[in-house]
Design a protein around this ligand. Structure first.
Ligand SMILES: [Zn+2]
Length: 303
């Protein structure tokens, strides 16, 4: 039967199946229609049919960034032309914009930065994305609704992406300027709260506190900022003399039973400690081998 259907009839069928949620069948109809339009030399309708087939494709599997990008590209030539989306009509440009924003969201949320420059680049993209969500207004996005996926609200996503931007900015500067990183994480905390992500807000606040902490190295006396960044803590025996001693302030935290060591001192001590540990391990092993040898001689005196 489908062999005898016209391209227009295939489009209608595809629409019905899209509306009923039979997305795989719907995509197949639109693909057949695009082929027919192509045979008829109807280039504008080929574009429409291709755009619909990409749209229907979003419902088949969980869409990735490449699916949204492909849809945005497929919709671009259609401009303000109306697309039938379920029971309503929406300009192609509106859907294209949504698809582009969803593609960028998926891309950024799975992106991994390794260097400060990469974090700075990620931060810029998150900021731009936050602005785009803000410009969308208050309505939930249409595409996730159409495919019965988790609703995407610009009111939540705008602060969500702003928080991600602040955290990335913090990571970009933390090694050189932990105090600035602390401020970025403080900003992130406020955005997370607005986005109603209270767990993430707490994590950002904790990071802000660590990054903003200043200490004096117990060993060399250098002033350093950022716990876990420029300095680390080391367990140490604390007594009443610690807090009483001159210059002890800022070098220890008796409540936690730790002293502060700048990364330079800490790593140098680690190297020496490692060397001693290796020497001691070798000593133990040599001793053990000598004992085993002695036992062997006792058991087999002639060996
Ligand atoms: Zn030091």
């Amino acid at each position: 039967m489908p062999l005898f259907k016209s391209a227009g009839q295939l489009m209608d069928l595809g629409q019905d199946q899209l509306l009923r949620g039979d997305f795989a069948a719907s995509r197949a109809r639109f693909q057949e229609a695009s082929k027919k339009f192509s045979e008829e030399g109807n280039a504008p309708m080929v574009q429409v049919a291709v755009a619909y087939s990409l749209l229907a494709g979003l419902g088949i599997h969980t869409p990735g960034p490449e699916d949204y990008s492909a849809l945005a590209q497929g919709l671009a030539p259609l401009g303000t032309q109306d697309m039938k989306v379920g029971p309503t009509q929406v300009p192609a440009a509106v859907l294209a914009r949504e698809a582009q924003i969803l593609a960028e969201s998926r891309t950024l949320l799975s992106a991994q930065a390794r260097s400060p420059a990469e974090y700075a680049d990620l931060a810029r993209r998150y900021q731009a994305l936050s602005l785009q969500y803000r410009q969308l207004g208050g309505q939930n996005l249409l595409l996730p609704d159409l495919f019965h996926q988790a609703p995407v609200s610009p009111i939540t996503m705008a602060p969500f992406m702003a928080a991600m931007a602040e955290e990335a900015m913090g990571e970009a500067v933390v090694l050189e300027h932990p105090q600035e990183a602390a401020e970025h994480n403080q900003n992130a905390r406020n955005w997370w709260t607005q986005a109603n992500e209270l767990g993430k807000a707490q994590e950002a606040a904790a990071r802000a506190q660590l990054y903003g902490r200043t200490a004096k190295c117990w060993f060399c006396g250098r002033e350093v900022t950022g716990e876990g960044v420029q300095f680390v803590t080391r367990p140490a025996e604390m007594g009443p003399w610690i807090s009483a001693g001159p210059g002890a302030i800022g070098s220890t935290d008796p409540a936690r039973g730790v002293l502060f060591a700048c990364k330079g001192c800490a790593s140098s001590i680690d190297t020496v400690a490692d060397r001693f540990a290796q020497l001691r391990a070798k000593e133990v092993q040599d001793n053990l081998e000598a004992q085993i040898e002695q036992l062997r001689r006792q058991v087999h005196p002639l060996a």
